[in-house]
Design a protein around this ligand. Sequence first.
Ligand code: BDR
Ligand code: CA
Length: 312
Amino acid sequence: ATPVIIDCDPGHDDAVAILLAVASPEIDLRAVTTCFGNCALEDATRNAIQILDLAGAADIPVAAGAAGPLAGAQALGNYVHGTSGLDGPELPAPSREPDPRGAVALMASVLDAAEEGVTLVVTGPMTNAAQLFRDRPDLVGRVTEIVFMGGSTERGNHTPSAEFNTFADPEALDEVLRTGLPLRMVGLNLTHQALATREVVDRMVAMPHAVGQTCAAWMGFFGDSYHRVWEFDAPPVHDPCTVAALIDPGVIVWREAFLAVELDGRWTRGETVVDLHGRYPEEPRNARVAMTLDAPRFWDLVLDALDRLGAR
Ligand code: BDR
Ligand code: CA
């Protein structure tokens, strides 16, 4: 199994990513760390614990990280994810407090203890990863790769140009790019292929357990937001695409490309620049960029995992 840390801002789609990881024997989830993003840090942290409670995984450590970006103003996604960051169904109170050491120390201890490399899955702003490598540059070599949801080869969502996670902390992504670590980007151009259609939600509704029912209700709230803000007929379930790629390499087609993030644009701050056509021949191909999702295969994988988890 692939040792993994999920660094996230749950978040309805982050929640599905966490459940997918817990449910899948291909993934050895060593820790969940949280960041501001879809909601304030305390909300994201409480949500992460409640999600792991739902998954029956109260043993996986959770720690809180950054409350704001390395630079610039704090952006939050409550307009999509609601006041709590995970609005919709009522969940039982969280079973525990987060690990008092905090996200960077928890990540460092997982990396220090691992005999093999650990994969970092980042489904929120890149702040915690950047802070980890600032504090412990010696740990870069312990990370196998970073697979992150963020950016796009096309347009944005939080602004016309920028996807939310890369908008929320572009300096952090820029610093992580400079580490030279293997990086895989799962941007909006990919995740907009992962739509929780009526058919997908019906398959959750048909599951006779709390995991299925809760996911269906989350998709209802998330879908309403996507309809109101972006006129989508079905919500794109971004974050679990990262985890699915680790479980089933055939689910996504990738392209190697030069990736950069705009730090200075008047209107384009946080936009990812993805050179798919070699227009900057002097620049390195520093990332693998997700291009095409096999959506039926993705949803079979996710829904089978959720159903297994709920039936445990
Ligand atoms: C990203 O931002 C958040 O709304 C989602 O959780 C996802 O990580 C999509 O732009
Ligand atoms: Ca997220």
